[in-house]
Write a protein that binds this ligand. Structure first.
Ligand SMILES: OC[C@@H]1[C@@H](O)[C@H](O)[C@@H](O)c2[nH]c(CCc3ccccc3)c[n+]21
Length: 452
């Protein structure tokens, strides 16, 4: 970056988490089980059999964690609501204790000058609804709209930025196609049905919000720019399919009211005829779109099912613990593509971060305080925030950055093996220790990005 970066006035600096990954106490105070409670307690489904039974114990430590956010200078905090705490059966009976937890959390955030950014669904469907077919049941749009309305009535006004779904692509690709995530299905036929119902549910929740709410609502997607591994026709076709399957499968119906035509070819006989009126429900005016960015996808043709496209691992910059390539320019390219494809819709980068090898906590300064030196994470974050600045200079209306994640937490099927947090969590003692990246990020926030 040539000169000192200047981010727009009001650009929001925050951090993100998700209920199942940090809260623990999944069944406390009459909460119902979710598909992740069930999945993680199914032998063999998660690394080391790790579960969300304790996680970061945030359900009990939430007030201290808000104090930690304040001390770090966060301006915003993106979190998700565990649906089954509020509606233990998924619909019908409201569990006031569950609603009260989120109401208290929101009030504490506001009292500390931190703007809440609430995600209604971050993968933890009430198990009772999975028993009724889950996202494969067209009624799921009504279930989700009912849940969303309960939350709007309780919190709208205090919460002014709402997200319907976190990453419908992962929910479907992981939960219904490849089976690595709850509910662990493996079906080419179920995948497009789950995707479609998720997007109908998104539309139904936005429609309900327009009747009950008065602030901002959006959708969060994980997208990654796809680059062909070679300029061969086969690799270019594969790249186009991969791009349609991940990047357009959800944004096209939400913003354009149609699917990319490649999907009919990708799914073949498994691609249903969609009722036309579904797209009137799915396509709703959005106040923003959240983009979760971690890496790019270098893509080659191969007969891997069902895409006939596969990612080619890049040898150089894959020193993250997940093996994902560090490729900041991909974020700039992606943000510019988004504006060119969908227009000038405000964007938040609602997740960005990396799991790096973090050395043990050590009192390296001899001041009696532990430190976690994570220079690689600082380098990753610096480069990606700079990439956002490049996109802003290219005219993209990016409104904020939510670092993934505030805390080390439960990385789904990978258990506690991957640490994405800017704050280290000792899971045995629940002690929180801000890493060097947290102190660095505090400086970025204080300087509004000028210290990058
Ligand atoms: O994997 C890190 C984070 C998760 O902890 C978040 O819950 C989730 O929103 C999220 N999405 C992505 C990018 C898509 C992805 C998810 C899971 C596995 C691989 C890629 C990375 N992350």
């Amino acid at each position: 970056m040539s000169q000192v970066p200047t981010f727009p006035d009001g650009f929001l600096w925050g951090a993100a988490t998700a209920a199942h990954q940090i809260e623990g106490s999944p069944l406390a105070d009459d909460a119902g089980p979710s598909i992740w409670t069930r999945f993680a307690h199914t032998p063999g489904m998660t690394l080391n059999g790790d579960t969300g039974d304790v996680a970061c114990d945030h359900y009990r430590r939430w007030k201290d964690d808000v104090r930690l956010m304040r001390d770090l200078g966060l301006q915003a905090y993106r979190f998700s609501v565990a649906w089954a705490r509020v509606l233990p059966d998924g619909t019908g009976r409201i569990n006031q204790a569950g609603l009260d937890f989120y109401s208290r959390l929101v009030d504490e955030l506001l009292a500390n000058g931190i703007e809440p950014l609430l995600t209604l669904y971050h993968w933890d469907l009430p198990a009772a609804l999975d028993d009724r077919g889950g996202w494969l049941n067209r009624d799921s749009a009504d279930w989700f709209a009912e849940y969303a309305s309960v939350m709007y009535r309780a919190l709208d006004g205090r919460v002014k930025k709402w997200v319907t779904l976190n990453e419908p692509w992962v929910i479907t690709d992981g939960g219904y196609l490849h089976g690595a995530l709850a509910p662990g299905h493996r079906s080419l036929f179920e995948a497009p049905i789950a995707s479609h119902n998720l997007m109908r549910a998104h539309g139904a929740a936005v429609r309900a919000y327009r009747e009950a709410g008065a602030h901002e609502i959006g959708l969060v997607v994980n997208i990654e720019p796809k680059y062909p591994a070679s300029d061969s026709e086969a690799d270019r076709v594969a790249t186009r399919r991969a791009h349609a399957y991940m990047n357009e499968q959800y944004l096209h119906p939400a913003l354009l009211g149609r699917y990319p035509e490649e999907l009919e070819d990708v799914f073949g006989a498994a691609w249903p005829e969609w009722p036309k009126q579904d797209f009137e429900l799915i396509r709703q005016q959005l106040d923003f779109v959240g983009i979760n960015y971690y890496t790019r996808g270098v893509t080659e043709a191969n007969d891997s099912y069902p895409l006939k496209a596969g990612s080619v691992r890049q040898p150089l910059a894959t020193y993250t613990e997940t093996g994902w390539e560090v490729y900041p320019k991909g974020l700039t390219d992606l943000l510019v593509w988004f504006k060119q494809t969908y227009g000038d819709i405000p964007v938040y980068v609602t997740e960005n971060g990396a799991a790096m090898y973090d050395p043990p906590i050590a009192d390296v300064d001899g001041d009696g305080r532990g430190r976690v030196r994570d220079p690689l994470r600082i380098d990753y974050l610096r480069k990606h925030i700079a990439a956002i600045h490049d996109a802003i200079r290219a005219g993209v209306d990016v409104r904020g950055y939510m670092l993934w994640s505030l805390l080390d937490n439960l990385e789904w099927s990978l258990g506690y093996s991957k640490r994405f947090g800017m704050v280290h969590v000792n899971y045995a003692t629940q002690e929180r220790t801000p890493k060097d990246s947290a102190h660095w990020y505090s400086g970025v926030i204080r300087s509004h990005g000028r210290s990058l």
